[in-house]
Ligand binder design. Structure first.
Ligand code: UFG
Length: 322
């Protein structure tokens, strides 16, 4: 076993590529396994790339046999809530079937530890805010359903595992070696900045009549590098802990859509045109994490402010024009 090698499924994607950089900085070799349908070859910079589908257990087993990873970090997934409503079977196949294939390959090759991307979308819309890991679970869309099924599968697998339930990942590598690159882009921060840069359309603000202080949705935005840091701490956690562990990754502070736009206006110095549109189906008014468990068990804390996230994302948008 190569103690310093980690297999990263989805390593060519947004969170996966930032984790690869963090792994490399910590002395690991991240081996990316990605089909490059949503991921980008240009974001694989910190270790080898193997092109393959996450549902292909044999392909995954071959990569594990060749590289002998100490653990798997599993990011390969479909992640757009709206798309999941239109295409639930695809979400189930990739997110649950893909995880099943990863576990099958691990069993075959005696890899015993895995860290996966979970999501706040598994929580009930009735969960009191801030949301702890013990809050009621009731996904409101097929994306959340698929991630919950993934969690259950991991729980039954017997492997040492950590599930990191991300809230709203944002920001980019401050050195602009990687960043957020989705096609099409549905997320707020990149859409606001693309509007500011003049490479995207006018920002559509989905709803200003929510029961929140300024009428727009409140989210817990967390820097992608804070998420990456949590993955390294989770890896360390699994060296001394067996079984399964679930942690929320958020800052514990919410920001409204209007606050994000105002922050972006300040950071970019651009006016940022906005139109108010009807609510987007599936959006809930408020989603804010209680990150206390991760702080206590992992010694982890989200460091970057919303301002910092927008600043880093802006640098990436200007450089990459995506
Ligand atoms: N929004 C806009 N205009 C846009 C894009 C977003 O007003 O162009 C609003 C949304 O309506 C929402 C907020 O900005 O109120 C944040 O939206 P995002 O699409 O950036 O993020 P979500 O909160 O919808 O989704 C995130 C993750 C999902 C995860 C979900 C948990 O991206 O993967 O949190 O519910 F499932």
């Amino acid at each position: 076993m190569a103690e310093k090698t980690i297999l990263v499924t989805g390593g060519a994607g947004y969170v996966g590529s930032h984790v690869c950089k963090a792994l490399a900085r910590a002395g690991f070799t991240p081996v990316t396994y990605d089909n490059l349908i949503r991921g980008h070859r240009a974001l694989v910079k910190w270790g080898p790339l193997v092109i393959g589908d996450v549902c292909d257990a044999n392909g995954l087993a071959e990569v594990m046999a060749q590289h002998r990873p100490a653990a798997v970090m599993h990011f390969a997934a479909l992640t757009v809530v709206g798309e999941s409503v239109l295409y639930p079977e695809g979400y189930l196949r990739t997110n649950v079937g893909g995880t099943a294939a990863v576990l099958t390959a691990m069993r075959k090759q005696n890899v015993s530890r895995i860290i996966v991307s979970g999501t706040a979308a598994v929580y009930s819309t009735l969960a009191p805010s801030p949301i702890t890991e013990d809050a009621p679970i009731a996904p409101a869309n097929p994306y959340g359903d698929s991630k919950l099924a993934m969690e259950k599968l991991l729980g039954e697998s017997g492997f040492g595992h950590v599930i990191l339930r991300y809230f709203n990942a944002a920001g980019a590598d401050p050195e602009t070696e990687t960043g957020e690159w989705h096609e099409p882009e549905t997320h707020l921060v990149p859409n606001v900045l693309r509007a500011a840069a003049g490479i995207g359309p006018t920002l559509k603000m989905f709803g200003d009549d929510y029961p929140t202080p300024d009428g727009t949705c409140v989210r817990d935005y967390i820097h992608v590098n804070d998420i990456a840091a949590a993955h390294l701490l989770a890896l360390k956690h699994l060296e001394s802990q067996t079984g399964g562990h679930i942690f929320n990754l958020g800052t514990g502070t919410g920001h409204s859509v209007r606050e994000v736009i105002d922050t972006a206006r300040r950071v970019t110095g651009k006016p940022i045109p906005v139109t108010v549109e009807p609510r987007r189906p599936g959006d809930v008014p408020v989603l804010v994490a209680d990150p206390a468990r991760a702080m206590k068990a992992l010694g982890w804390e989200a460091r970057a402010s919303l301002e910092q996230q927008v600043t880093d994302a802006w640098r990436w948008v200007q450089k990459s024009q995506v």
